[in-house]
Design a protein around this ligand. Structure first.
Ligand code: AHM
Ligand code: MG
Length: 332
Protein backbone atom coordinates (compact mmCIF):
# COMPACT_ATOMS: atom_id res chain seq x y z
CA UNK A 1 0.00 0.00 0.00
CA UNK A 2 1.98 3.05 -1.22
CA UNK A 3 1.63 6.48 0.43
CA UNK A 4 -1.95 7.70 0.34
CA UNK A 5 -3.37 11.20 0.07
CA UNK A 6 -4.38 11.09 3.72
CA UNK A 7 -0.72 10.80 4.64
CA UNK A 8 -0.84 7.14 5.67
CA UNK A 9 2.53 5.54 5.03
CA UNK A 10 4.65 2.46 5.64
CA UNK A 11 8.37 2.72 6.33
CA UNK A 12 10.83 0.11 5.09
CA UNK A 13 11.46 -1.11 8.63
CA UNK A 14 7.72 -1.41 9.33
CA UNK A 15 7.33 -3.38 6.11
CA UNK A 16 10.08 -5.85 7.05
CA UNK A 17 8.68 -6.20 10.56
CA UNK A 18 5.16 -6.84 9.27
CA UNK A 19 6.47 -9.54 6.93
CA UNK A 20 8.48 -11.12 9.71
CA UNK A 21 5.48 -11.16 12.02
CA UNK A 22 3.83 -13.65 9.65
CA UNK A 23 6.69 -16.14 10.24
CA UNK A 24 6.08 -18.43 13.21
CA UNK A 25 8.70 -17.93 15.92
CA UNK A 26 10.30 -14.87 14.26
CA UNK A 27 12.59 -13.12 16.76
CA UNK A 28 12.72 -9.71 15.09
CA UNK A 29 16.43 -10.18 14.41
CA UNK A 30 15.98 -10.05 10.64
CA UNK A 31 14.25 -6.64 10.70
CA UNK A 32 17.04 -5.36 12.97
CA UNK A 33 19.55 -6.52 10.34
CA UNK A 34 17.64 -4.89 7.46
CA UNK A 35 17.36 -1.63 9.36
CA UNK A 36 21.19 -1.70 9.48
CA UNK A 37 21.38 -2.04 5.70
CA UNK A 38 18.90 0.84 5.32
CA UNK A 39 20.92 3.03 7.70
CA UNK A 40 24.18 2.31 5.83
CA UNK A 41 22.61 3.24 2.50
CA UNK A 42 21.34 6.53 3.95
CA UNK A 43 24.92 7.26 5.05
CA UNK A 44 26.28 6.32 1.61
CA UNK A 45 23.61 8.45 -0.08
CA UNK A 46 24.57 11.39 2.05
CA UNK A 47 28.27 11.05 1.09
CA UNK A 48 27.28 10.91 -2.57
CA UNK A 49 25.01 13.96 -2.32
CA UNK A 50 27.83 15.96 -0.72
CA UNK A 51 30.63 14.67 -2.98
CA UNK A 52 32.53 17.71 -4.18
CA UNK A 53 31.64 19.62 -1.02
CA UNK A 54 33.41 17.15 1.24
CA UNK A 55 36.66 15.62 0.11
CA UNK A 56 35.53 12.21 -1.14
CA UNK A 57 36.02 12.31 -4.89
CA UNK A 58 38.76 10.54 -6.76
CA UNK A 59 40.87 7.43 -6.55
CA UNK A 60 41.96 5.92 -3.27
CA UNK A 61 45.34 4.88 -4.70
CA UNK A 62 44.78 1.13 -4.26
CA UNK A 63 43.36 -1.73 -6.31
CA UNK A 64 40.94 -4.36 -5.02
CA UNK A 65 41.29 -8.15 -5.22
CA UNK A 66 39.88 -7.98 -8.73
CA UNK A 67 42.59 -5.59 -9.89
CA UNK A 68 40.23 -2.63 -10.20
CA UNK A 69 41.09 0.88 -9.11
CA UNK A 70 39.38 1.64 -5.81
CA UNK A 71 37.63 5.00 -5.52
CA UNK A 72 37.51 6.82 -2.20
CA UNK A 73 33.73 6.61 -2.17
CA UNK A 74 34.02 2.82 -2.61
CA UNK A 75 35.91 2.69 0.69
CA UNK A 76 33.48 4.97 2.51
CA UNK A 77 30.52 2.94 1.28
CA UNK A 78 32.17 -0.35 2.26
CA UNK A 79 33.01 0.98 5.73
CA UNK A 80 29.46 2.30 6.25
CA UNK A 81 28.02 -1.17 5.60
CA UNK A 82 30.63 -3.03 7.62
CA UNK A 83 30.36 -0.74 10.63
CA UNK A 84 26.58 -0.68 10.62
CA UNK A 85 26.26 -4.45 10.25
CA UNK A 86 28.97 -4.99 12.83
CA UNK A 87 26.56 -3.75 15.47
CA UNK A 88 23.79 -6.10 14.38
CA UNK A 89 24.32 -9.16 16.54
CA UNK A 90 22.80 -11.59 14.08
CA UNK A 91 25.18 -11.02 11.15
CA UNK A 92 27.69 -13.83 11.22
CA UNK A 93 29.58 -13.24 7.98
CA UNK A 94 29.84 -10.41 5.50
CA UNK A 95 31.37 -10.47 2.04
CA UNK A 96 32.00 -7.41 -0.09
CA UNK A 97 33.22 -6.66 -3.58
CA UNK A 98 35.91 -4.53 -1.98
CA UNK A 99 37.31 -7.16 0.41
CA UNK A 100 39.51 -10.10 -0.55
CA UNK A 101 37.84 -12.65 1.68
CA UNK A 102 34.47 -13.08 3.38
CA UNK A 103 34.87 -11.85 6.92
CA UNK A 104 33.48 -13.46 10.03
CA UNK A 105 32.01 -10.58 11.99
CA UNK A 106 31.14 -12.70 14.96
CA UNK A 107 30.66 -16.32 15.86
CA UNK A 108 26.89 -16.38 16.07
CA UNK A 109 25.41 -19.61 17.24
CA UNK A 110 21.75 -18.61 17.18
CA UNK A 111 19.71 -20.36 14.51
CA UNK A 112 18.68 -17.09 12.88
CA UNK A 113 22.06 -15.69 11.98
CA UNK A 114 22.80 -14.43 8.50
CA UNK A 115 25.38 -13.83 5.81
CA UNK A 116 25.19 -10.45 4.09
CA UNK A 117 26.99 -9.83 0.79
CA UNK A 118 27.15 -6.54 -1.03
CA UNK A 119 28.57 -4.39 -3.75
CA UNK A 120 28.84 -1.21 -1.66
CA UNK A 121 29.02 1.19 -4.59
CA UNK A 122 28.16 -0.14 -8.01
CA UNK A 123 28.98 1.89 -11.09
CA UNK A 124 32.42 3.12 -10.07
CA UNK A 125 33.10 4.76 -13.42
CA UNK A 126 30.15 7.10 -12.80
CA UNK A 127 31.06 8.19 -9.28
CA UNK A 128 32.87 11.42 -10.09
CA UNK A 129 30.53 12.66 -12.80
CA UNK A 130 27.16 12.95 -11.04
CA UNK A 131 25.66 9.92 -12.77
CA UNK A 132 23.52 7.48 -10.78
CA UNK A 133 25.28 4.76 -8.81
CA UNK A 134 23.93 2.14 -6.42
CA UNK A 135 24.40 -0.35 -3.60
CA UNK A 136 23.43 -4.00 -4.11
CA UNK A 137 22.91 -6.43 -1.22
CA UNK A 138 21.83 -9.98 -0.61
CA UNK A 139 21.13 -12.02 2.54
CA UNK A 140 21.59 -15.75 3.11
CA UNK A 141 21.19 -17.91 6.20
CA UNK A 142 24.47 -18.69 7.92
CA UNK A 143 24.80 -22.48 7.78
CA UNK A 144 26.31 -23.50 11.11
CA UNK A 145 27.29 -26.95 9.93
CA UNK A 146 29.85 -25.65 7.41
CA UNK A 147 33.23 -24.69 8.85
CA UNK A 148 34.85 -21.53 7.53
CA UNK A 149 33.41 -18.35 6.07
CA UNK A 150 34.86 -18.98 2.60
CA UNK A 151 32.78 -22.15 2.24
CA UNK A 152 29.66 -20.88 4.04
CA UNK A 153 29.08 -18.12 1.51
CA UNK A 154 29.17 -20.45 -1.51
CA UNK A 155 25.42 -20.93 -1.81
CA UNK A 156 23.40 -20.72 -5.01
CA UNK A 157 21.13 -17.73 -5.56
CA UNK A 158 18.09 -19.91 -4.83
CA UNK A 159 19.08 -19.82 -1.15
CA UNK A 160 18.75 -16.02 -0.90
CA UNK A 161 16.50 -14.99 1.98
CA UNK A 162 16.18 -11.40 0.77
CA UNK A 163 17.91 -9.07 -1.67
CA UNK A 164 17.74 -5.53 -2.87
CA UNK A 165 19.46 -2.46 -4.13
CA UNK A 166 19.50 1.24 -3.52
CA UNK A 167 19.72 3.57 -6.51
CA UNK A 168 21.17 6.99 -5.72
CA UNK A 169 19.48 8.78 -8.61
CA UNK A 170 17.36 11.90 -8.95
CA UNK A 171 15.67 10.40 -5.91
CA UNK A 172 17.02 7.61 -3.72
CA UNK A 173 15.04 4.40 -4.01
CA UNK A 174 15.36 1.07 -2.24
CA UNK A 175 14.02 -1.94 -4.14
CA UNK A 176 13.58 -5.07 -2.05
CA UNK A 177 12.36 -8.63 -2.22
CA UNK A 178 12.01 -11.29 0.45
CA UNK A 179 10.71 -13.81 -2.05
CA UNK A 180 7.13 -12.54 -1.84
CA UNK A 181 7.13 -9.92 -4.60
CA UNK A 182 9.12 -6.75 -5.15
CA UNK A 183 8.48 -3.49 -3.32
CA UNK A 184 9.99 -0.06 -3.77
CA UNK A 185 10.67 2.56 -1.11
CA UNK A 186 11.69 6.16 -1.71
CA UNK A 187 13.91 8.03 0.72
CA UNK A 188 12.07 11.02 2.12
CA UNK A 189 14.97 13.44 2.65
CA UNK A 190 13.03 15.40 5.25
CA UNK A 191 11.99 12.41 7.35
CA UNK A 192 15.31 10.63 6.66
CA UNK A 193 13.44 7.37 6.12
CA UNK A 194 12.41 5.10 3.28
CA UNK A 195 8.65 5.11 2.59
CA UNK A 196 6.79 2.54 0.51
CA UNK A 197 6.00 4.09 -2.88
CA UNK A 198 5.26 1.05 -5.09
CA UNK A 199 4.27 -2.43 -4.06
CA UNK A 200 4.28 -5.75 -5.87
CA UNK A 201 6.11 -4.39 -8.92
CA UNK A 202 5.73 -6.43 -12.10
CA UNK A 203 8.07 -5.86 -15.03
CA UNK A 204 6.48 -5.31 -18.44
CA UNK A 205 6.55 -8.62 -20.32
CA UNK A 206 8.27 -6.96 -23.27
CA UNK A 207 9.56 -3.54 -24.27
CA UNK A 208 11.53 -2.45 -27.35
CA UNK A 209 14.70 -1.52 -25.48
CA UNK A 210 18.09 -3.10 -24.99
CA UNK A 211 21.00 -2.12 -22.80
CA UNK A 212 24.57 -3.22 -23.50
CA UNK A 213 28.04 -1.71 -23.90
CA UNK A 214 27.95 -2.10 -27.67
CA UNK A 215 31.49 -0.79 -28.10
CA UNK A 216 32.67 -4.29 -27.13
CA UNK A 217 30.34 -6.08 -29.55
CA UNK A 218 33.15 -7.14 -31.92
CA UNK A 219 34.43 -9.32 -29.06
CA UNK A 220 31.03 -10.81 -28.05
CA UNK A 221 30.22 -14.45 -28.89
CA UNK A 222 28.55 -14.71 -32.28
CA UNK A 223 24.98 -15.15 -30.97
CA UNK A 224 25.00 -11.76 -29.26
CA UNK A 225 26.33 -10.13 -32.42
CA UNK A 226 23.55 -11.73 -34.45
CA UNK A 227 20.96 -10.50 -31.91
CA UNK A 228 22.36 -6.96 -32.24
CA UNK A 229 22.08 -7.20 -36.04
CA UNK A 230 18.51 -8.52 -35.77
CA UNK A 231 17.32 -5.96 -33.26
CA UNK A 232 18.31 -3.06 -35.50
CA UNK A 233 16.21 -4.43 -38.35
CA UNK A 234 13.00 -4.44 -36.32
CA UNK A 235 10.52 -1.77 -37.33
CA UNK A 236 7.36 -2.73 -35.52
CA UNK A 237 8.28 -1.74 -32.91
CA UNK A 238 11.60 0.00 -33.52
CA UNK A 239 14.05 -0.77 -30.68
CA UNK A 240 16.12 1.82 -28.89
CA UNK A 241 19.13 1.41 -26.65
CA UNK A 242 19.95 2.88 -23.24
CA UNK A 243 23.19 2.26 -21.35
CA UNK A 244 24.13 4.13 -18.20
CA UNK A 245 27.09 1.95 -17.24
CA UNK A 246 25.81 1.57 -13.66
CA UNK A 247 24.16 -1.84 -13.45
CA UNK A 248 21.71 -0.70 -10.77
CA UNK A 249 20.51 2.22 -12.90
CA UNK A 250 20.25 0.15 -16.08
CA UNK A 251 18.40 -2.61 -14.24
CA UNK A 252 16.05 -0.23 -12.45
CA UNK A 253 14.93 1.33 -15.72
CA UNK A 254 14.20 -2.15 -17.07
CA UNK A 255 12.33 -3.17 -13.91
CA UNK A 256 9.97 -0.22 -14.37
CA UNK A 257 9.83 0.15 -18.16
CA UNK A 258 10.87 -3.25 -19.49
CA UNK A 259 13.57 -4.36 -21.93
CA UNK A 260 16.77 -6.34 -21.57
CA UNK A 261 20.25 -5.72 -20.17
CA UNK A 262 23.13 -7.95 -21.14
CA UNK A 263 26.83 -8.11 -20.39
CA UNK A 264 28.20 -11.02 -22.42
CA UNK A 265 31.64 -12.59 -22.26
CA UNK A 266 34.20 -10.31 -23.92
CA UNK A 267 37.88 -10.64 -24.85
CA UNK A 268 38.73 -8.67 -21.73
CA UNK A 269 36.36 -10.61 -19.45
CA UNK A 270 35.87 -14.07 -21.01
CA UNK A 271 33.75 -15.26 -18.06
CA UNK A 272 31.69 -12.06 -18.06
CA UNK A 273 32.47 -8.96 -16.01
CA UNK A 274 29.70 -8.88 -13.44
CA UNK A 275 29.99 -10.62 -10.10
CA UNK A 276 27.67 -13.56 -9.49
CA UNK A 277 27.22 -13.38 -5.72
CA UNK A 278 26.55 -9.70 -5.06
CA UNK A 279 25.55 -8.29 -8.47
CA UNK A 280 23.86 -10.96 -10.64
CA UNK A 281 22.18 -13.06 -7.91
CA UNK A 282 20.34 -10.25 -6.08
CA UNK A 283 19.15 -8.66 -9.32
CA UNK A 284 18.15 -12.08 -10.70
CA UNK A 285 16.07 -12.70 -7.54
CA UNK A 286 14.32 -9.34 -8.00
CA UNK A 287 13.85 -9.86 -11.75
CA UNK A 288 12.20 -13.26 -11.27
CA UNK A 289 10.01 -11.98 -8.44
CA UNK A 290 8.85 -9.23 -10.81
CA UNK A 291 8.01 -11.73 -13.56
CA UNK A 292 11.25 -11.34 -15.53
CA UNK A 293 14.15 -13.68 -16.28
CA UNK A 294 17.89 -13.72 -15.60
CA UNK A 295 20.39 -16.09 -17.21
CA UNK A 296 24.06 -16.31 -18.10
CA UNK A 297 23.00 -16.63 -21.74
CA UNK A 298 22.10 -20.28 -21.19
CA UNK A 299 21.37 -21.21 -17.59
CA UNK A 300 19.24 -19.58 -14.91
CA UNK A 301 21.49 -17.34 -12.80
CA UNK A 302 19.89 -18.46 -9.53
CA UNK A 303 20.91 -22.08 -10.15
CA UNK A 304 24.61 -21.41 -10.79
CA UNK A 305 26.82 -23.07 -8.16
CA UNK A 306 29.55 -20.64 -7.07
CA UNK A 307 33.19 -21.67 -6.67
CA UNK A 308 34.44 -18.43 -5.21
CA UNK A 309 32.80 -15.41 -3.59
CA UNK A 310 34.13 -13.17 -6.38
CA UNK A 311 33.02 -15.42 -9.29
CA UNK A 312 31.99 -13.57 -12.41
CA UNK A 313 29.22 -14.40 -14.84
CA UNK A 314 27.76 -13.32 -18.14
CA UNK A 315 24.33 -11.79 -17.54
CA UNK A 316 21.15 -11.48 -19.61
CA UNK A 317 18.39 -9.98 -17.48
CA UNK A 318 15.06 -8.27 -17.96
CA UNK A 319 11.58 -8.71 -19.36
CA UNK A 320 10.63 -12.31 -20.04
CA UNK A 321 10.07 -11.94 -23.78
CA UNK A 322 13.16 -9.77 -24.30
CA UNK A 323 15.38 -12.34 -22.60
CA UNK A 324 13.78 -15.07 -24.72
CA UNK A 325 14.54 -13.03 -27.86
CA UNK A 326 18.22 -12.83 -26.89
CA UNK A 327 18.19 -16.57 -26.18
CA UNK A 328 16.93 -17.35 -29.67
CA UNK A 329 20.36 -16.22 -30.87
CA UNK A 330 22.61 -16.98 -27.93
CA UNK A 331 21.49 -20.14 -26.19
CA UNK A 332 22.14 -22.49 -29.14
P1 AHM B 1 31.80 -1.94 -10.53
O1 AHM B 1 31.10 -2.81 -9.52
O2 AHM B 1 33.29 -1.95 -10.36
O3 AHM B 1 31.23 -0.57 -10.60
O4 AHM B 1 31.59 -2.65 -11.97
C1 AHM B 1 30.31 -3.01 -12.38
C2 AHM B 1 29.81 -2.05 -13.43
C3 AHM B 1 28.33 -2.18 -13.61
O5 AHM B 1 27.66 -1.25 -12.80
C4 AHM B 1 28.12 -1.87 -15.06
O6 AHM B 1 27.02 -2.55 -15.58
C5 AHM B 1 29.39 -2.33 -15.68
O7 AHM B 1 30.37 -2.38 -14.66
C6 AHM B 1 29.88 -1.39 -16.73
O8 AHM B 1 31.00 -1.92 -17.32
P2 AHM B 1 31.61 -1.29 -18.66
O9 AHM B 1 32.19 0.02 -18.27
O10 AHM B 1 32.63 -2.31 -19.10
O11 AHM B 1 30.49 -1.15 -19.65
MG1 MG C 1 29.44 -3.42 -9.13
Amino acid sequence: MPIKQDGEFITFTQHVQQRQATHAGASGQFSWLMSGVALATRMIGSYIRRAGLIDVWGEHGTTNVQGETVQRLDILANDALKKTLGYRGNVGIIASEEDNEPRVLQEVTAEDSYIVMFDPLDGSSNIDVNVSVGTIFTVFKNPHNIPGAAQSVLQSGLEQVAAGYVLYGSSTVLVYTDGHGVDMFTLDPQFGTYLLTRDNIKMPVHAPQYSVNEAYSHTFPEGYRRYLDWVKLQDSPVYSSRYVGSLVADFHRILIKGGVFFYPPTNKAPGGKLRLMYEANPLAFIAEQAGGLATNGKDRVLEIKPNDVHDRTALVIGSKKNVEEVHRFVAK
